[in-house]
Design a protein around this ligand. Structure first.
Ligand SMILES: C[S@@+](CC[C@H](N)C(=O)[O-])C[C@H]1O[C@@H](n2cnc3c(N)ncnc32)[C@H](O)[C@@H]1O
Length: 258
């Protein structure tokens, strides 16, 4: 039997908390950098809210964030050796340590994000895949020579996911731009980049009648899946373009303050 008596007891504490554009788990990109318009800030918690703790960070463009999947804390005694990553369609299982799934032995996440600046002691970050309220347990500078490995391979996730088409209803597009100005945030770009990842589970068939929704900032965005032939913007296509009419576009039908 394995002897773990030499492992000391330890606990980790949050050193900060994320204020994120993403107000629910659904539709958050599955990795950082997939939506550069996804922004937020890290509020450091005492005693790390002292400017001394971030001295030198002005030299750094990107950060590694170690965080807690606070909405995926395993139940006492729960052991999951295999998980279903969305990358494999969401219905095939592989070993938990071969995935970046949120359900893990310890609910620890790791994301590299862009450091946009520091304002009032808060770290402004972008390209995030983090839920609002995520506890941060450590921050480290990205070190390009050591962290960017040009020969690294991963044949399960060899490239970023294929992007879906996204289209706004004309009035909703204007509203998105106005909300962007009001919030001082790239709202239209965030919606485009977030929905281009198609948040619907891959095994779920797109139902054209169903309306999907998600909360970002103080907004609720709703969309439907329309085959390209049914899009308001669609024009009669030549025979060579007929195939694309079968493809679905995520068509944004409303955006409202909630
Ligand atoms: C597949 S995980 C990858 C996270 C990180 N980049 C990693 O590799 O550890 C990304 C997903 O985690 C979920 N997520 C983000 N923040 C979370 C939180 N605080 N609690 C639970 N789930 C969270 C979102 O749904 C997001 O799509």
């Amino acid at each position: 039997m394995a002897n773990d008596s030499h492992i000391p007891d330890f606990s980790i504490k949050a050193i900060g908390i994320v204020h994120s554009c993403f107000k629910e788990k659904f539709a958050i990109p599955r990795q950082p950098a997939l939506a550069p318009a996804a922004r937020g800030e890290i509020e450091l918690l005492p005693p790390y809210d002292d400017p001394v703790a971030i001295e030198g960070l002005e030299n750094v463009s990107h950060l590694w964030l170690s965080f807690i999947f606070h909405q995926a804390i395993p139940k006492e005694g729960e052991v999951r050796l295999r998980v279903r990553p969305p990358r494999l369609g969401g219905n095939k299982k592989i070993g938990v340590f071969a995935t970046r799934a949120t359900h893990r032995p310890n609910p620890l996440g790791l994301s590299v994000v862009k450091l946009e600046g520091i304002k009032n002691g808060r770290l402004q970050i972008s390209g995030i895949d983090l839920l609002d309220g995520t506890p941060i347990v450590d921050i480290k500078p990205y070190v390009p020579y050591a962290d960017a490995l040009p020969n690294a391979t991963n044949s399960i996730a060899s490239a970023s996911p294929e992007l879906s088409d996204v289209e706004f209803d004309a009035k909703v597009l204007v509203a998105a731009q106005e909300h962007g100005k009001r919030l001082g945030q790239p709202v239209k770009e965030l919606i485009e980049q977030m929905l281009a990842q198609d948040p619907k589970p891959a095994y779920q068939k797109a139902d054209p009648e169903r309306i999907y929704g998600v909360k970002i900032w103080d907004l609720e965005v709703k969309w439907r899946y329309l085959s390209n032939a049914l899009l308001p913007s669609s024009e009669p296509k030549g025979s060579e373009q007929k195939g694309s009419e079968q493809k679905n576009t995520l068509y944004i039908v409303s955006i409202e303050v909630v």
